[in-house]
Write a protein that binds this ligand. Structure first.
Ligand code: IMP
Ligand code: MG
Length: 196
């Protein structure tokens, strides 16, 4: 049950990652994080709203006493995208000073959101600061962006499902698919940056 009649929704395009593929990759990431953070109690900082689904599965794949906290940010549309304007909408509840922080993101596209978060969180003097992104856009350089854990690299298509939305819809799809657009209105996929 997906809550969508897939046959009837032409906006749900080609499946990029099946539910099974996501589950396997999340388990692998969880195992690596468990090994890397052995003996420590990391704080998973998930970026709302997109990473909410991913962090709930990832946290259960980590066999350590993790804490989960949330931040919400918004980045502005194409005109401001390159200017680096990211706004903090919701801050963490907890103090991360001296803690091992793992930022959990749904997708890293331009890296703008991630760079903002990294600067913002580093200023609070965590013991360590790493990033786990389920999806990283091809073209984005994971080395330059310093993403420790990457789930999958995906092409430039706008994608939906497993937390990722278009206008708040499709977050509950258990798989990730290309957004095929609203054919009825002929609209194109939205600018990802306006949709963090
Ligand atoms: P960045 O700041 O350009 O890296 O954008 C990251 C944010 O844009 C993500 O956290 C998502 O919320 C959003 N985003 C980017 N690409 C997509 C997509 O294909 N589908 C849904 N949201 C996206
Ligand atoms: Mg997001």
């Amino acid at each position: 049950m997906t809550g969508y009649d897939l046959e009837e929704d032409p906006s749900i395009g080609r499946v990029v990652l099946t539910e099974h593929q996501i589950r396997e990759r999340v388990a692998e990431l969880g195992a690596r994080i468990t090994a890397d953070y052995r003996g420590r109690a990391p704080v998973l900082v998930a970026v709302l709203k997109g990473a909410a689904v991913f962090v709930s599965d990832l946290a259960r794949a980590i066999e350590l006493p993790v804490e989960i906290d949330f931040m919400a940010v918004s980045s502005y549309g194409s005109s401001t995208r390159t200017s680096g304007v990211v706004r903090l909408l919701k801050d963490l509840d907890s103090d991360i000073t001296g803690r091992h922080v793992l930022v959990v993101e749904d997708i890293v596209d331009s890296g703008l959101t991630l760079n903002y978060l990294r600067r913002n969180l580093r200023a609070r003097n965590p013991a360590s600061l790493e990033v786990c992104a389920l999806l990283v856009r091809e073209g984005a350089d994971p080395t330059e962006l310093d993403i420790r854990y990457t789930g999958h690299r995906i092409p430039s298509d706008f994608v939906i499902g497993y937390g990722l939305d278009v206008g708040e819809r499709y977050r509950n799809l258990p798989f990730i698919a290309v957004y095929a657009g609203d054919r009825a209105s002929g609209r194109n996929p939205p600018d990802p940056a306006a949709n963090a």
